[in-house]
Write a protein that binds this ligand. Structure first.
Ligand SMILES: NC(=O)c1ccc[n+]([C@@H]2O[C@H](COP(=O)([O-])OP(=O)(O)OC[C@H]3O[C@@H](n4cnc5c(N)ncnc54)[C@H](O)[C@@H]3O)[C@@H](O)[C@H]2O)c1
Length: 226
């Protein structure tokens, strides 16, 4: 987004991480601000987006990307774990869409991008995560139906296994199994996902809405590798 000239706001509950990302972006000449935000708290999102609009005068693009994963066999899932994962991955995305739309509706323009996952199809010993990521797909389709007439598109991106902190703890063996099932024969890089976000964020993507697009190197294809 920054490369395409966007002014950005990094909303993260990890304020230090947000500030260090903002510094990195600023060192590349970008305009960016960090706002400590817990996306599972609607009032936090409301305050954060108000600051964004106060700063930049508008909100064109909302990326609902914050997410957590707490793999656990179903019998061991506590109410606390369930509520945490739903709170960030599902409620956080919903409140993000709802509050962002209140600005976009007024402007008659907007691009909302939600992060789902290949886990939306199901994930072994991670039902809480899978449920939220499938919920994001249904939410995206539903909101796209409501928001289209206001010039606001809503799409979801479904990464496969991407080299990122979330997968740092994944064992080498599981990564190898994943790669073997991936048509292009490698894990994804953050840039693979960012390129799709950028495409969907541009004004020219106005005829694409309510879609979920996997960025998974063909992992979800029902084919066997030659
Ligand atoms: N890495 C992968 O392989 C992969 C695959 C599919 C989908 N995803 C999804 O991509 C998104 C980004 O994941 P990532 O791999 O970059 O993980 P990550 O852990 O590096 O980033 C997640 C970010 O969300 C923030 N966050 C967590 N809870 C929050 C909250 N309550 N409020 C605000 N911020 C919060 C964290 O501080 C962190 O900066 C997530 O939605 C994840 O589910 C990741």
């Amino acid at each position: 987004m920054v490369g395409a000239g966007a002014r950005v706001a990094i909303l993260d509950r990890d304020e230090r991480a947000a500030i260090s990302l903002v510094k990195a972006l600023e060192s590349q000449g970008a305009k960016a601000i960090a706002i400590a935000t817990d996306v599972s708290d609607r009032s936090d999102i409301e305050a954060a987006l108000k600051r964004v609009v106060d700063n930049y005068g508008r909100l064109d693009i909302m990326v609902d990307n914050a997410g957590i994963s707490r793999p656990s066999r179903t019998a061991e899932v506590s109410e606390e774990l369930w509520d945490d994962v739903i709170g960030v991955n599902l409620s956080g995305v919903f409140w993000g869409c709802q509050v962002a739309f209140s600005y976009m509706r007024e402007a008659g323009y907007g691009r909302i991008l939600n992060t789902s996952s290949t886990s939306s199809l199901g994930s072994y010993a991670n039902a809480s995560y899978a449920s939220t990521k499938a919920g994001v797909v249904a939410m995206t389709r539903s909101l796209a139906m409501e928001y289209g007439k206001y010039g606001v598109t809503v799409n979801a991106v479904g990464p496969g296994m991407i080299t990122a902190p979330m997968t740092d703890q994944t064992s080498a063996e599981i990564k190898q199994r994943w790669i073997r099932k991936t048509v292009v024969g490698r894990l994804g890089e953050p840039e693979d996902v960012a390129r799709l976000f950028l495409f969907l964020a541009l004004p020219g993507s106005s005829y694409i809405t309510g879609q979920m697009i996997f960025v998974d190197g063909g992992y979800t294809l029902p084919t066997m590798k030659a």
